[in-house]
Design a protein around this ligand. Structure first.
Ligand SMILES: C[S@@+](CC[C@H](N)C(=O)[O-])C[C@H]1O[C@@H](n2cnc3c(N)ncnc32)[C@H](O)[C@@H]1O
Length: 564
């Protein structure tokens, strides 16, 4: 879904180019493609909740709260392929900067070649919308700039002339995906039927003026009045907008896509699958943890490194349901304490919502198990903490603080070491060490220590290498709970972790401060990080940045094994 994936490795992918389509390791027995789905088996009506897919690892069920959803039709192991599907439709995300309508690449770097220096970019001869080059391979393609789309975009004159600055976001691009969906009615009735099976939550959205009105002005009026496409009734355009809001996946570098079958996946804030898409936006879904037969197959529509208040707000506002999953229902978020605030009375990081399923719930200090000083000594020697004299914070105050944190962390430059460290230093006295806002900043730091100018890996002092290592260990411990198993967050972090151990060990061995035995122990730890990273990221498309890290992990592992 269009989940926020800002600091998930997949979201970082937004900043990387993808060049080739390549699916990672395959488990062919479980592959399901559109051809299989459209087979003639009379039982294969996905609207029928009793539909049992033959030879496929899932079934469709229906529940009063979630509607249709997928459950495991057999025991599924971590890494097993569950689904692989082509996109039904692909296009730019909401509020996109201008992109080529053929290949959807943005206009920077070497993505486009101008045929004339006097032009800002090449443009389609018919509709005048920007293109990367006159021979873009996406021209005339069903998932690119088709002839039908070109005709629609020039029906009332060449609308692409309105796209001016190539480096500024423009709401004009918000119409492209809805239009591509509407055009399917004539272009590909099979795909149109598949899209129309999806939920649009029209009734709920109609009651939300901010949502409905934004679509009316930004999409419905544009398509019908500006582009002169009166053949699409306003209600139908609104429904398509709703279908996209509820069901679209964020893919590629700032794109969104709809997938048949995958849209049925229910949400869980601790999902049991992981998905990726390749250069052609073909999506692959795999189990990240064991999924026993009969259990729901889930993915997260929200950002996993986010607290319950914000996740539930996002799900309510953009997916139109109240999440009541195990993580949302538990004030401690499965023991991760990732929303906990420090109590101003007793100093413990134990202030949590009393009723996490109520957005306006008061927050209260729940000191059980937490030491009075968060970073103080633990274990049997730690002095028993005095009881908290009692502290409660009104829900509105907690929300105001959480909103402020969100604004500040969203404004952070994720490549700026001092800004990230400054944020951590500022908020550590007020937040649990595993609070999601600190985890987000640490996640960025885990990647920038070793990569950005002035902090390249061999330039790092021992102290900074220790810092990178400690950060990786901290975030991995929480990811193990919130996004466990074969997850990109874990794969990338394990890869980042190997470097500081390796360099510190080499420096210390050369300085004679560790023994040969210590060296062997540390190399075993490095090999273990790399083995796990290579395994997890080996499932990513090789052309993606994560796939490339998986390959690097495999190479590094071979070198470490030679050393060992
Ligand atoms: C992408 S659709 C999933 C398929 C949908 N259940 C259907 O029947 O078309 C997303 C919608 O499914 C429902 N849904 C998904 N996960 C849910 C959950 N954990 N709890 C409640 N509703 C959920 C919500 O209505 C949500 O807007």
């Amino acid at each position: 879904m269009e989940a926020r994936k800002r600091r998930d490795a997949k979201s970082n992918k937004k900043h990387h180019k993808r060049q080739q389509a390549a699916a990672a390791q395959q488990n062919n027995h479980a592959i399901i493609n559109n051809n299989n789905i459209n087979s003639n088996n009379k039982n294969e009506d996905p609207d029928d909740p009793d539909w049992i897919l033959q030879d496929k690892p899932f079934e469709v069920k229906i529940s009063a709260t979630m509607g249709r959803y997928l459950v495991a039709g057999k025991d599924i192991a971590p890494g097993d392929l569950i689904l692989r599907q082509e996109a039904l439709v692909v296009g730019p995300c909401q509020n996109s900067k201008p992109v080529c309508l053929g290949c959807l690449k943005p206009f920077h770097g070497e993505n486009y070649i101008r045929s004339s220096e006097s032009e800002d970019c090449d443009r389609c001869m018919g509709c005048q919308w920007p293109l990367c080059c006159p021979t873009c391979p996406g021209l005339g393609q069903p998932l690119g700039h088709s002839e039908e789309e070109c005709a629609a975009l020039r029906a009332a004159g060449p609308s692409g002339r309105r796209v001016m600055a190539l480096n500024k976001r423009t709401p004009l691009y918000n119409v492209i995906v809805p239009l591509r969906v509407l055009l399917l009615q004539k272009q590909d009735p099979g795909r149109w039927k598949a899209v129309r099976r999806m939920q649009s939550h029209d009734d709920t959205r109609r009651g939300m003026p901010s949502v409905w009105q934004a679509n009316q002005l930004g999409v419905v009026d544009r398509i019908r009045s500006e582009f002169g496409l009166q053949e699409y009734p306003a209600d139908e355009v609104h429904t398509v907008c709703g279908i996209l809001e509820v069901n679209a996946f964020e893919v590629g570098d700032g794109q969104r896509a709809l997938y048949d079958m995958a849209f049925l996946l229910a949400h869980d804030c601790t999902p049991n699958t992981s998905h990726s898409d390749d250069e052609r936006r073909t999506m692959t879904l795999r189990a990240s943890v064991p999924i026993p037969k009969g259990h729901a197959i889930t993915l997260s529509y929200a950002y996993t490194v986010q607290g319950t208040l914000k996740r539930r707000e996002h799900l309510k506002e953009s997916k139109f349901f109240d999440c009541c999953c195990a993580r949302c229902s538990d004030p401690t978020e499965l023991g991760s304490m990732c929303s906990a605030l420090v109590c101003p009375r007793c100093g413990r990081p134990s202030v949590l919502p009393v009723e996490p399923l109520q957005a306006d719930s008061p927050w209260r200090c729940r000191p059980s198990g937490a030491p009075a000083q968060p970073r103080g000594p633990r274990g049997p020697q730690a002095a028993p903490a005095p009881p908290c004299p009692g502290y409660e914070m009104p829900g509105a105050q907690a929300k105001e603080f959480v909103d402020k944190l969100a604004d500040e962390s969203e404004a952070l430059d994720t490549n700026d070491v001092s800004a990230l460290e400054g944020f951590i230093a500022k908020y550590s006295p007020r937040l649990h060490p595993d609070h999601y806002a600190l985890l987000g900043a640490k996640h960025s730091l885990s990647q920038v220590y070793g990569k950005v100018h002035g902090y390249l890996i061999h330039q790092l002092s021992d102290a900074l290498l220790q810092r990178k290592l400690a950060i990786c260990r901290d975030i991995l411990r929480v990811f193990d709970v919130l996004d466990p198993g074969v997850s990109r967050l874990r794969g990338i972090t394990l890869y980042e972790m190997h470097a500081p151990i390796m360099i510190l060990t080499t420096r210390q061995f050369e300085a004679g401060t560790i023994t040969r035995k210590d060296l062997r122990t540390r190399l075993r730890e490095v090999a273990s990080c790399l083995e796990q990273a290579a395994h997890i990221l080996g499932f990513e498309p090789e052309s993606s940045s994560e796939g490339a890290i998986g390959l690097a992990a495999r190479d590094a592992l071979e070198r470490v094994r030679q050393w060992q």
